[in-house]
Design a protein around this ligand. Structure first.
Ligand SMILES: [Zn+2]
Length: 102
C-alpha cells in the first residue's frame, strides 16, 4: 500500500476520534505503543512485534493527520539515504554501544 493511500485510510478510519482526543491524547497513545514495541522486543515475540509496529506506525500517521503533515512528503528526506550524511548505507559515526542495534 502506498504511504499516501495508507495515510488517507488512517484519516478516514480514525480522524474523527483523533480530533476529539486531541493532539496530546493521541500522542500519549503513540507513546504507549512505543512501550508495546519494547515489550515485544524484550519478549522476543516476532508476531507481537509485527502487531505493535503496525500500531506504532498507525498512531504516528494519526499525529501526522492531526497536524496536516503529509507523511510521504515528510519521508522524502530519506529517499536517497541517510538525511544527515546523504549516503546509503549511512556513513555517520557509529552509535554508542547499546544504541541503534536491533
Ligand atoms: Zn548518515
Amino acid at each position: 500500500m502506498e504511504i499516501r493511500t495508507l495515510q488517507s485510510q488512517i484519516a478516514a478510519t480514525f480522524g474523527a476520534r483523533d480530533r476529539a482526543r486531541g493532539s496530546d491524547g493521541t500522542f500519549r497513545r503513540l507513546v504507549e505503543e512505543v512501550g508495546e514495541v519494547a515489550k515485544a522486543l524484550r519478549a522476543r515475540d516476532p508476531a507481537a512485534l509485527v502487531l505493535e509496529i503496525s500500531d506504532l506506525v498507525a498512531w504516528t500517521f494519526s499525529i501526522a493527520v492531526l497536524h496536516g503533515i503529509d507523511v510521504d512528503d515528510a519521508l522524502a528526506r530519506y529517499h536517497r539515504g541517510c538525511p544527515r550524511c546523504g549516503a546509503s548505507p549511512c556513513r555517520c559515526a557509529v552509535d554508542p554501544p547499546g544504541e541503534g542495534a536491533f
